[in-house]
Design a protein around this ligand. Structure first.
Ligand SMILES: Cc1ncc(COP(=O)(O)O)c(C=O)c1O
Length: 386
């Protein structure tokens, strides 16, 4: 018997990484030595002090039960202290923060809280795919804001038609940006906040990469901008900062109205985060910043090797100031999927085709700095030969 998929599921964008995934599996099965620059997943282990905290917490039977929906007070207070230390922004740990089962979970669920059928989400393009998925699953419509190189991969709010603005309820922004590696400064954030206030739009600011930055650059939080508290909800993740992608823990920070709406959605869907993970996350945030500095130094060295190597080979790219992504123009004769496939076939290197992140990612590929410097050097040697 064949059951028809829901219209919402049918209208989700196709998974454009399929061809590359298939080719990658085939190459691996053939025993080829693949260098995988495709996945944005740190290759380093979680710091030991966090693993120790998880172990200790997992021994306590009180932590084996259902966790509270709004997250443990210890974690919410650790987030509050981290925010104060990192951005000098104050928050009420009881009402303005919500731990999440990874920030993806909260980002994808948030549209359910504010979109009605046919309302618009303003979405950067290219982007992290759940912005579109979450909008469509909530019955919303997507309006794509092109991120173009001449505009430093920032959206141009003036280009959004009034007819769309009237029905737009939420807008996603993500700096430091996946996949372009672009960053945003406070003057852009000020424009975004005033645009959102004027048009009564909620900004979902995705700060998953706030701690991964180089050359002394420190990304700021949109919540540092005056008036942002009314319209901005910010999403953070422990995944990349502490090499904890598999642990599934992050948080949302916003005013009480935005946070309680997301909490209500979640209370109907999940039953909180394993308490031992919450306690380990709290120790992560309270721990020394030493390992974050070391992590950034490792990625910075890899970035320098990759970008200088690519430039010597004639590729058009630039040094990202943050994130572990390098965004590279494909030569004119290829589209992004063909270029990525060619690199896999001829050099046994996996890269991500830009079009997988949206129409305006066409013409680019993304490389992730998630293999050692030696493997990056090897990748450059292989690219010389294609
Ligand atoms: C831009 C962006 N936001 C959010 C996430 C999700 O992170 P997590 O769900 O692991 O917290 C990712 C993961 O790759 C990402 O690239």
């Amino acid at each position: 018997m064949i059951f028809t998929l829901s219209r919402k599921l049918q209208s989700l964008p196709p998974y454009l990484f399929l061809e590359i995934d298939k080719a990658k599996r085939k190459a691996r099965a053939e025993g080829r030595d693949i260098i995988d620059l495709g996945i944005g997943d740190p290759d380093q282990p979680t710091p030991q002090y966090i693993i120790d905290a998880l172990y200790r917490a997992s021994l306590d039977p009180a932590n084996h039960r259902y966790a509270l929906d709004q997250g443990m007070s210890v974690l919410r207070r650790a987030i509050m202290a981290w925010y104060k230390r990192r951005f000098n922004v104050l928050l009420d740990a009881d009402t303005e923060v919500l731990p999440l089962i990874g920030s993806k979970e909260g980002i994808a669920h948030f549209p359910l809280a504010f979109l009605n059928q046919g309302d618009y989400s303003l979405i950067p393009d290219p982007c992290y795919p759940p912005y579109k998925g979450g909008t469509i699953l909530a019955g919303g419509k997507t309006y794509l804001m092109p991120l173009l190189e001449p505009n430093s991969f920032l959206p141009d709010f003036k280009r959004i038609p009034l007819s769309i603005l009237k029905r737009a309820k939420i807008m996603f922004l993500n700096y430091p940006n996946n996949p372009t590696g672009a960053t945003a400064e406070n003057d852009f954030y000020k424009k975004a906040v005033s645009f959102a206030r004027k048009n009564r739009i909620i900004i979902i600011s995705d700060l998953a990469y706030s701690e991964m930055s180089y050359d002394g650059y420190k990304p700021s939080s949109m919540l540092e901008i005056e008036g942002a508290g009314e319209v901005v909800i910010e999403f953070h993740s422990l995944s990349k900062t502490y090499n904890m992608t598999g642990w599934r823990v992050g948080w949302a920070r916003g005013n009480e109205r935005l946070i309680s709406a997301l909490a209500k959605i979640k209370s109907n869907i999940d039953s909180g985060i394993f308490s031992a993970i919450q306690l380990a996350a709290a120790s992560a945030l309270e721990g020394p910043d030493k390992h974050i500095k070391e992590m950034c130094a490792v990625y910075q060295q890899r970035r320098d090797i990759l970008v200088s190597g690519l430039k010597l080979l004639g590729f058009q790219t630039s040094n990202p100031k943050a994130t572990f992504y390098v965004w590279i123009k494909a030569p004119k004769k290829y589209n992004s999927i063909k270029f990525a496939s060619m690199i896999l076939e001829k050099a046994d290197i996996v890269v991500t085709p830009g079009v997988g992140f949206g129409r305006h990612g066409e013409g680019y590929i993304r490389m992730a700095l998630t293999v050692s410097s030696e493997r990056i050097k090897e990748a450059i040697e292989r690219l010389k030969k294609i």
